[in-house]
Design a protein around this ligand. Structure first.
Ligand code: NAP
Length: 304
């Protein structure tokens, strides 16, 4: 009986290349790597260091045991149908997709052909595969699906020196929304801070350098001791006059109205963490409602 798992990869983008490279290094034979564009697919195969690049579904061989489907979320439905169309029987085979949003149910056309299906979501940000591949050790993976697909996913995670945790299929949209808040929205938030600094002439590279220790310390504090203890600044202290002045200063440089929106929205969340009296909280919250910020923006525009 075969004990090694032969992999084929559909969608050799950031995740497909990074996991493909890492799994190939750990002895998993890579059979096919299927992408849409010939040159990009060949580049991906070169990066992974093994496998055969292909761009047509009829080029995909049957020699795999596990299909790692790492295409964009929006392409998953179509890709699942294409795979099912390509292989009339998938008995004894496994397919795992890497989406954080979708559950394994999106692979039902493969299940109908006899495959065990699951999802294996690496809880990590992959931008540049050559950087991401060095950061895989110790990351967590959300896993769900058919029992044997989950067992295969656990084997991959163990080989990658990661940590697997279970998630229910119906929990994935909220889980993924939380991951976006913790990752993409942190990027958007920090870039908002840098755009505000740009308004006082501090260009982004200098701003990143100057703010580096503050950002790292803040994130470390939240991770170590939680938000209640990590929160500092005017919302923790309840300095209402400072908050009002921040809103006015932001409105002054905020042509699209978004600096004020971001500040007010996150300020309302920060109030949940602050130990202020209910009256004090209510007074600050009143400045942060959309009615108050709309009025502030209108007054600022009228003054211009
Ligand atoms: N990036 C992250 O940080 C991250 C983290 C965890 C999980 N994920 C998940 O992993 C999956 C892939 O994300 P990614 O960031 O790696 O995306 P990506 O870099 O855009 O790569 C997607 C790959 O899928 C290919 N593709 C798209 N449609 C296809 C189709 N119809 N047939 C064959 N190949 C197709 C793309 O080909 P082209 O080159 O032609 O576009 C590309 O190679 C997504 O489900 C995502 O949610 C991403």
């Amino acid at each position: 009986m075969r004990t090694e798992i032969r992999l084929s990869i559909i969608g050799p983008g950031r995740v497909g290349q990074t996991l493909g490279w890492a799994l190939a290094r750990r002895g998993f034979p890579i059979i096919d790597v299927l992408g849409r564009d010939e040159r990009r697919t060949e580049n991906a195969v070169a990066f992974i260091g093994s496998g055969r690049g292909c761009t047509r579904w009829d080029e995909l061989s049957e020699e795999w045991d596990l299909l790692l489907v790492s295409v964009n979320d929006d392409a998953l439905t179509e890709v699942a149908e294409r795979i099912a169309h390509r292989f009339p029987s998938l008995r004894g085979k496994t397919a795992l997709h890497t989406s954080g949003f979708h559950s394994s149910r999106i692979l039902h056309p493969l299940k109908d052909r006899g495959a065990a299906v699951g999802s294996l979501h690496p809880l990590m940000t992959f931008s540049e595969p050559s950087v991401a591949r060095e950061r895989l050790s110790g990351i967590s993976y959300a896993v769900e699906g058919d029992a044997s697909a989950v067992a295969q996913a656990h084997r991959l995670v163990a080989a990658l020196e990661g940590r697997a945790f279970s998630i229910g299929p119906e929990q994935k949209p909220l889980y993924h929304a939380a991951a976006v808040l913790a990752c993409g929205h942190v990027v958007a938030l920090l870039e908002t801070a840098f755009a505000v600094l740009d308004a006082i002439g501090l260009e982004p590279a200098s701003a990143r350098r100057a703010f580096d220790p503050l950002i790292r310390e803040t994130i470390e504090n939240v991770l170590r001791e939680g938000g209640r203890r990590a929160l500092t600044g005017p919302f923790a202290r309840g300095d209402a006059r400072v908050i009002a002045a921040h809103l006015a200063a932001l409105a002054d440089v905020d042509r699209e109205g978004e600096f004020v929106d971001v500040y007010a929205c996150l300020g309302r969340r920060a109030l949940h963490l602050a130990s202020l009296t209910p009256t004090h909280q209510a007074a600050i919250r009143a400045m942060l409602t959309s009615d108050s910020t709309d009025l502030l923006r209108k007054e600022t525009t009228d003054d211009r």
